[in-house]
Design a protein around this ligand. Structure first.
Ligand code: HEM
Length: 163
């Protein structure tokens, strides 16, 4: 009989321990209304943060607040290097002396003056100094002729701009 009683006691003790440990484990699982052990303790589960509060005599997890997910900033893609706009190169038409020589008539008169080619066709009849000096310059380098008359002029460049 004594043995049975002590066995009953042992069983009872075991049941109590298992019950306690069950309560203990349920305290670990955090959920709203679930038992917690320490007042003010917090626990984050998934996206919710629970706080251990006092409800009556019990300590339970509150309903929890949603924790905002950390915003992952997109890594800025490197901005492509600014490509400088191409600088337009002045288009200079290159004319050979051979080409100038082809325009050697009153009707079609080109001449080289100071390294540039001028069409003097219209000047033949307009030139205040007569048509002869101009006709002589057709198809040739007229620089010497031009400078011979107009080289001492301050505005000789202006003179040529009139052409
Ligand atoms: C290729 C050679 C030459 C060129 C391109 C040339 C061009 C010109 C030009 C653009 C003018 C100004 C016309 C105006 O204002 O409307 C001018 C004026 C004149 N040219 Fe010539 N010329 C040349 C040679 C000569 C020569 C050899 C003489 C002299 C024999 C001469 C005598 C004059 C005179 C007297 C004037 C007016 C006054 C002045 O502007 O100086 N030119 N010429």
């Amino acid at each position: 009989m004594r043995k049975i009683r002590s066995l009953q006691f042992v069983l009872c003790a075991l049941a109590t321990i298992s019950l306690l440990s069950f309560q203990e484990s349920s305290a670990v699982a955090t959920k709203a209304g679930g038992v917690c052990t320490k007042l003010g303790q917090t626990s984050v589960v998934s996206i919710k943060k629970y706080t251990c509060i006092k409800s009556g005599k019990k300590l339970v997890w509150n309903k929890g607040v949603t924790v905002p997910r950390p915003v992952t900033k997109p890594t800025p893609s490197p901005t492509p290097a600014q490509i400088p706009a191409p600088i337009p190169t002045p288009t200079l038409l290159r004319i050979t002396r051979v080409e100038v020589q082809r325009h050697n008539s009153e009707a079609d008169c080109w001449s080289i003056i100071n390294g540039s080619v001028y069409n003097l066709t219209a000047l033949i009849i307009q030139h205040p100094g007569g048509n002869e000096p101009i006709k002589a310059a057709c198809g040739t380098d007229g620089t010497v002729s031009f400078l011979g008359q107009h080289g001492n002029q301050v505005d000789q460049a202006q003179e040529l701009e009139k052409l």
